[in-house]
Design a protein around this ligand. Structure first.
Ligand code: CS2
Length: 488
């Protein structure tokens, strides 16, 4: 970090007017607790919430909670939780200092402080970006995985939770008079309903009456969130220092595009997010399905094929002719037709906007960041589309190529011999099944019913398509296979 420069801090704000909206700002009291304080939250919900307060006031300051690691708190606490967002696209970079984050807690250091924050009656909304694995879901039932180590711990010691369901149930127990609204902001289908299910399942083991009350009286609206937010690098830190003239230990790079579609069910009130550009709706399903399948399904397919072909960033992958042709064909002919969207929704325009976003040369979004947690990401991103197409008697070859590319990625080596890092809750089992020399990796991986429901894994049309794609990747490599599959 540039020791010669001062640290970003409140007393620097008067000199940073160029990086702040030209609107009056009053430090808000905390009204929101956010679980899962990562780059995405800081570039998405936190900015929408600050913009909502700038437009319409309100005490919606955010207390961020890191569930596992202290590094975000260590970086931002000396800055009074101030940070910058580096908005980048082909036209250049625009820097914005964000003030909505007012406090940061680290759950592994102080469970009681997190519970106290959740129990504060001034906190009327709890938002979450804890990634798919944070829900402790049993994908075979859609309910809580009662064998999950964190759940086993929390059921034995509910006063000192470590899991998201454990924290929320313990907090809601103390909020019977004034429950907060629980707002999932993760890439899951029907994310609010999924979160409600695991919290109610958890509570039911301990206290059926509490479970019934949560199911009846606590709002869990669903949302669709969208903004491409890469991980922070030292180059980002340098760029922030050059722009601001002071050190931001953890700036957030992001694209300029952002979208937030929210089911409007907030009995305890909410920020005026619609005045910040969010869309408040009765049912988020069409928006969430389009985004999960068209953006995230293509993101994962592209990332695995690119990594096999030794291509590091999304913009380079999306610019590779064979991969681009495959993406365009998949979005046009395989995914978009499965979407149930309003007549006004232009599928071709949405596709072209996504391809332009992927091609953003300023983001340097790394494919390996997208490739993590594939065991959690592939079901909502690709398997729903595949199941719908099989139900309708349609081909799934290109979608199966995305699954096969993930399987090849699990082997740990690119076509150029580079090591491919695997970051996944199921890493050990995946590596063992996909290792070079393993007996029939396709059958072994399709046999993982935490990922592939038996009805799908045993469907010869799907299993055959995956096996053909897996073999093609082994024979011809990712780019030649992409070229062939784009023309099928
Ligand atoms: C990406 C998402 O890392 C990933 O898995 O596909 O984070 C993606 O960038 C966001 O969902 C875009 O809104």
């Amino acid at each position: 970090m540039n020791a010669a420069l001062p640290r970003l801090a409140p007393d620097r704000l008067p000199s940073l007017g160029a990086y702040l909206p030209a609107l009056p700002w009053t430090q808000p009291r905390v009204g929101i607790v956010h679980l899962g304080l990562g780059n995405f939250h800081r570039a998405h919900q936190a900015m929408y919430t600050e913009d909502a307060m700038l437009a319409a006031g309100g005490d919606w300051g955010i207390c961020g909670v890191s569930l596992r690691r202290p590094d975000t708190r260590d970086a931002l606490a000396p800055q009074d939780c101030l940070y910058s967002v580096l908005v980048r696209d082909a036209s250049g970079q625009r820097v914005r200092v964000v003030r909505a984050l007012r406090r940061i807690l680290v759950a592994t250091e102080d469970t009681d402080a997190v519970l106290a924050a959740l129990r504060d009656p001034g906190v009327r909304i709890v938002t979450l970006t804890v990634t798919e694995k944070g829900y402790c879901l049993d994908p075979r039932t859609g309910g809580l995985d009662l064998g999950h180590p964190l759940i086993v711990h929390d059921l034995a010691d509910p006063a000192h939770p470590q899991s998201v369901p454990g924290y929320l149930a313990a907090a809601l127990r103390a909020r019977r008079e004034h429950p907060f609204t629980v707002l999932s902001c993760d890439n899951l289908a029907h994310n609010g309903a999924a979160l409600r299910r695991v919290v109610v399942d958890y509570a039911r083991v301990l206290d059926p009456e509490l479970a019934d009350w949560i199911a009846r009286a606590v709002a869990f609206p669903s949302t669709m969130v969208d903004r491409i937010v890469p991980a922070t690098t030292d180059a980002d830190r340098q760029a922030a220092a050059e722009a601001l003239g002071c050190v931001d230990a953890w700036p957030v790079p992001a694209e300029s595009f952002r979208q937030w579609v929210i089911e409007d069910r907030f009995p305890a009130g909410r920020p005026a997010w619609e005045q910040a550009g969010a869309l408040l709706v009765d049912d988020v399903t069409p928006y969430e399905t389009a985004k999960l399948r068209m953006l995230n399904g293509i993101h994962s397919t592209l990332a695995y094929l690119a990594l096999l072909a030794d291509i590091e960033t999304v913009d380079h992958a999306a610019g590779q002719p064979d991969l681009r042709a495959l993406l365009h064909r998949m979005m046009t002919d395989d995914i978009a037709p499965t979407l149930t969207v309003p007549p006004s929704f232009d599928r071709a325009r949405y596709r072209d906007e996504l391809l332009a976003r992927f091609a953003n040369p300023a983001l340097k979004h790394r494919c390996i960041q997208i490739a993590m947690d594939g065991s959690q990401k592939l079901p909502p991103r690709l398997l729903g589309t595949i199941s719908d197409r099989l139900r309708d008697g349609q081909a799934v070859d290109r979608l199966a190529l995305g699954i096969a590319a993930w399987m090849r990625f699990l082997s740990g080596r690119s076509e150029g011999g580079a090591a491919l890092e695997l970051n996944d809750p199921m890493a050990a089992r995946l590596r063992a099944l996909a290792a070079p020399g393993a007996h029939d990796p396709v059958a072994g991986l399709l046999g993982l019913h935490e990922i592939f429901p038996p009805t799908l894994a045993e469907d010869v049309r799907f299993a055959g398509a995956v096996r053909r794609a897996y073999d093609a990747l082994g024979r011809q490599g990712a780019l030649a296979t992409a070229r062939r599959y784009a023309a099928l």
